[in-house]
Design a binder for this molecule. Sequence first.
Ligand SMILES: [Zn+2]
Ligand SMILES: [Zn+2]
Length: 207
Amino acid sequence: MPAIQRELITLSTLDPRMPLVFDTRELGRKPGAMQRVSSTVPAPADLDLGGVVGVPELADVVLDLRLESVMEGVLVSGTARAPLAGECARCLDAIGGELTVDIQELYAYPDRVRDDAEADDEEHLVEDDLIDLEPALRDAAVLALPQAPLCRDDCPGLCSECGARLADDPAHKHDIIDPRWAALAELRTVVDQYESGSAGAGPTEER
Ligand SMILES: [Zn+2]
Ligand SMILES: [Zn+2]
């Protein structure tokens, strides 16, 4: 998934002007210190599952987070809420909704990451007192997004023959009969007519 690989932590300095980059200087390094972050930020691009459904770029992401100073770094926990847009996997109608995800992520102080051999590539770091919430938000959102969103649970989808929306026309069908069964279907029609008392009405009926 290239969208995620692009977000792997690099050692480049974070830009404090980025909407999802937060400054932890006010929190300080004293373990136990806590700071609440309630903030609305614009959604980053490509917060989706290949375009099927996702958070529109620049949509409001409402963050309600707690930053906690712990020995190893800064623990971020809380929720992110954002609107969703996409299309129904069955009928392709536009659908909306809201995504709420839990975020829990430890941002380690670089000087606490001792064993480079065991350092996890995806470990999040506090860089120059800054933390970047975007990878955490992205991971949580991508996991929570529905793989096959539906406009409603029982969406009947589209006709496989002609693409008509079956929700508009529940009785929609095509009388396509395997030729091997055609003769039987004809007989069925005759029997139905007979049983419904209309025998004799048809031009081919004789008694
Ligand atoms: Zn649908
Ligand atoms: Zn059809």
